[in-house]
Design a protein around this ligand. Sequence first.
Ligand SMILES: Cc1cc2nc3c(=O)[nH]c(=O)nc-3n(C[C@H](O)[C@H](O)[C@H](O)COP(=O)(O)OP(=O)(O)OC[C@H]3O[C@@H](n4cnc5c(N)ncnc54)[C@H](O)[C@@H]3O)c2cc1C
Length: 468
Amino acid sequence: MTGTVGDSALQELRGALAGRLLRPGDAGYDDARSLFNAMVDVRPAAIAQCTDVTDVRTAIAHGRAHGIPTAVRSGGHSVAGSSTVEDGLVIDVRALKGVTVDPQARTARCGAGVTWGEFDAVTQQHGLATTGGRVSTTGVAGLTLGGGSGWLERKHGLSCDNLRAVELVTADGEHLRASADEHPELFWALHGGGGNFGVATAFEFDLHPVGPEVIAGLMLWPGERGSEVTQLLRAEIEGGAPEELALAVVYLTGPPEPFVPESLRGRLCCGLAFLWAGDDHAAGLAQAEPFRALGPAVDLVGPMPYTQFQSMIDDPPGLRNYWTGDYLDALPDEALDLFVENSERMPVPSACQAILFPWGGAVARNGGEGTPMAKREATWVCHPFALWEQAADDAAHISWARAASADLKRFASGGVYLNFIGDEGSGRVRAAFGESYDRLARVKATYDPDNFFHFNQNIEPASAQPTA
Ligand SMILES: Cc1cc2nc3c(=O)[nH]c(=O)nc-3n(C[C@H](O)[C@H](O)[C@H](O)COP(=O)(O)OP(=O)(O)OC[C@H]3O[C@@H](n4cnc5c(N)ncnc54)[C@H](O)[C@@H]3O)c2cc1C
């Protein structure tokens, strides 16, 4: 026993769980403790691999009774590393699998350990989908509780907008169902308030007809054409592009793939991610024409399975990550030029990316008092993120992402999407919720008055009387 958590307390927990309790030295411990972000090299005292709701309740009760710092983990994609804790307890819900679809009602229910790839694979058997992450390995749980930004959002809203219910275990061990009719304040808070209110065990979503075949894909140009591509993207969006159309400009290093010409491999490229989520494929192909007219060096846009597009920009795990981002209310020339110039300064070759994508449509429509996330009327989201291999290169990559963000701050609306940033302090958490922060703090006081769940973008419990 090297840490401060008592050995007997953990032996007791091991005996009480149906799932495994992994401790340093146990087979599988190192795999189980690793997160997507390789910068997070944390050694918990124990990882409780919960197999059911009872295990989750047992782990919470144990963590509380013994004063063990406790984190909650699903897909492990927290860039901040908030789903693990040094010398503490990790409640790991990855074994809570299962996706069931009611095709008539167009709803789905899934366990909290499901990834978006697993979720999409089942719903697409019925030609249905909901807004999910842009990378198939991300967890449904962390992404949805933090809001959930994905390609379908302009048409169908964020992932959390499609929630029908969340089942969760609260700090006092109650397993409850939050929906519009049951614990409505809690349900409201779960639309972006993250893992602050308990351990989610299952989610229910509304689904929409999408695919299984869609018009989608990537286009690539040499980096120096990026300004033209970004200007065209802005013109298309400001010209009223339909909500079925998802677009993003993505600066990246040309990958060593057979479909990428030799001249672009290892060089800065400007890409366009394109998805037409409507059922009229001819209309979707027509939307690609203005971009085709710019003569992309790579053009993969065409009919493809929705599930293929959903995994098309999957990043490899095991890289070091630094992420940040901001909302913009408008994209004047000066802001567009800054985005382009900063993207051109990206370390190349590397796995870094700078993404600019439009909001609006259902993201804005579903904002307001119905959700705690502030400033959803933003029209653009700018999201530089650095990925690299060696610790010796940390400073260069982090400073690129920070500078790219800092330069654009004067155009930023002040709002922020917390899933796209690391730990940037309590001020950013407040900024993400604006006037809703105090209401969230009251919900927190009701369901987690001692702030047991604080390894997250933390909302501190209000000291005022809790609300029911
Ligand atoms: C490669 C990559 C791609 C991404 N793409 C997108 C994207 O397209 N859109 C987007 O919106 N975000 C995206 N993100 C950000 C992602 O949404 C967040 O990192 C999210 O927290 C990941 O959820 P997870 O379950 O995988 O993570 P975890 O690391 O397991 O969890 C992160 C946090 O979520 C909370 N949490 C997780 N599970 C539970 C649970 N069962 N109950 C209560 N709280 C829980 C906890 O607070 C935990 O600290 C991406 C991240 C990465 C690394």
